[in-house]
Design a protein around this ligand. Structure first.
Ligand code: NAD
Ligand code: TYD
Length: 342
């Protein structure tokens, strides 16, 4: 199998590249990534010398550049698309890049799959497209009702994927993963932001009362779910990939404080809530279990504690981002500096 992995220099995409090269001796992977602020070749250092791996810097919205990458590789069997703008808060501050990549970029890849007769494409999507629900869990046939510019853009990508299947019979599969945690996650998202702030003696900016609920999935389980969809999924189908670990943000914060032996009152600062903050995400993964033979395996608290220790032991990785890139400092100043208390 020769795979084109788009967005493979980000958090989940790089885990997928590392993990699949480890699991499949006969796979070759071409990683294509624009290297936005979130893309980082340090994430791919463990495979940098593997002859089965190569890297191309390109935008998924640039048809010619993606074509050229495929030609140069000698042709590919499948595309797995992780490339996206992914941070909800940034989508609130500046939505445009989300439309460019998450909708138009996805469309460009669909055109390339159609034109070149590529055998299959997996579109990596998110449970956030369903929107928030106070009770019950969404299944794949439920309507989507995204509420942030991020989730609306991802939903736009999903709808285009499904339209290509219905209209042209394009061989596409969608996975909708839940909130993912693990090593190498850009430290703007809840868990790496809070862990690295805590390690540096900075406050943890908890939005509102911290009662919002997310379903947490270990990155290895997420990658295995995407692999299962790639190998065993049915074209035109959507598969939910969730962790089955619904926790409030307060609970996540408390585990981080416990592991690092810190005190809530001196470390946590409750700050003004995120506008339009979705209260709870929840998905049912029965279809992935039944049709793909996939279920999550990592026990949540052990996985989270291992992850916290990974950030503690790999300060070289995140301190480069937090202290030596303008993007991170600009974002922190814009989003957190003048933020009032809750
Ligand atoms: P990330 O932000 O860490 O990485 C995104 C990667 O895409 C980066 O390497 C970036 O450089 C690249 N990229 C962005 N725009 C691009 C473009 N136009 N062309 C080529 N490359 C581009 O994201 P992540 O957390 O690894 O998420 C990967 C995918 O999984 C996304 O599609 C996201 O919507 C989805 N997802 C993420 C989560 C989560 O909790 N992180 C949960 C469910 C689904
Ligand atoms: P995040 O990691 O941004 O993922 P998403 O918004 O895609 O679910 O946020 C996870 C939860 O943590 C969400 O309810 C918002 C909350 N949060 C904070 O309380 N403070 C923060 O600084 C961040 C980034 C998130």
């Amino acid at each position: 199998m020769r795979l084109l992995v788009c967005g493979g220099a980000g958090f989940i995409g790089s885990a997928f590249v590392r993990r699949m090269l480890g699991k499949h001796p006969d796979w070759e992977i071409v990683c294509l990534d624009k290297l936005t602020y979130a893309g980082n070749l340090d994430n791919l250092l463990p495979v940098a010398d593997d002859p089965r791996y190569s890297f191309v810097r390109a935008d998924i919205g640039d048809h010619e550049a993606v074509d050229a990458a495929i030609d140069a590789s000698g042709g590919i069997d499948a595309i797995v698309n992780f490339a996206a703008e992914t941070h909800v808060d940034r989508s609130i501050a500046e939505p445009e890049a989300f439309l460019h990549t998450d909708i138009l970029g996805t469309h460009t890849l669909l055109e390339i799959v159609r034109e070149r007769g590529i055998e299959r494409m997996v579109q990596v999507s998110t449970d956030e497209v369903y929107g928030s629900t106070d009770e019950g869990s969404f299944c794949e046939s439920d309507h989507i009702r995204p509420s942030s510019p991020y989730s609306a853009s991802k939903a736009g990508g999903d709808l285009q994927v499904l339209a290509y299947f219905a209209t042209y019979g394009t061989p596409v599969i969608i996975t909708r993963g839940s909130n993912t945690y693990g090593p190498y996650q850009y430290p703007e998202k809840l868990i790496p932001l809070f862990v690295t702030n805590a390690l540096e003696g900075e406050q943890l900016p908890l939005y509102g009362e911290g009662l919002n609920i997310r379903d947490w999935l270990h990155v290895d389980d997420h990658c295995d779910g995407i692999e299962a969809a790639l190998l065993r999924g049915t074209f035109g189908q959507v598969y939910n990939i969730g962790g089955g670990n619904e926790r409030t943000n307060r609970e996540i914060t408390q585990i981080i404080l416990d592991e690092l032996e810190l005190d809530w009152n001196t470390t946590v600062r409750q700050v003004a809530d995120r506008p339009g903050h979705d209260f709870r995400y929840s998905i049912s993964c029965e279809k992935a279990s039944r049709e793909l033979g996939w279920s999550p395996e990592v026990e949540f608290e052990a996985g989270l504690r291992d992850t916290i220790r990974w950030y503690r032991d790999n300060a070289w990785w995140w301190s480069k981002i937090k202290h030596h890139t303008e993007e991170f400092a600009d974002w922190r100043n814009r989003w957190y500096e003048d933020r009032p208390d809750a």
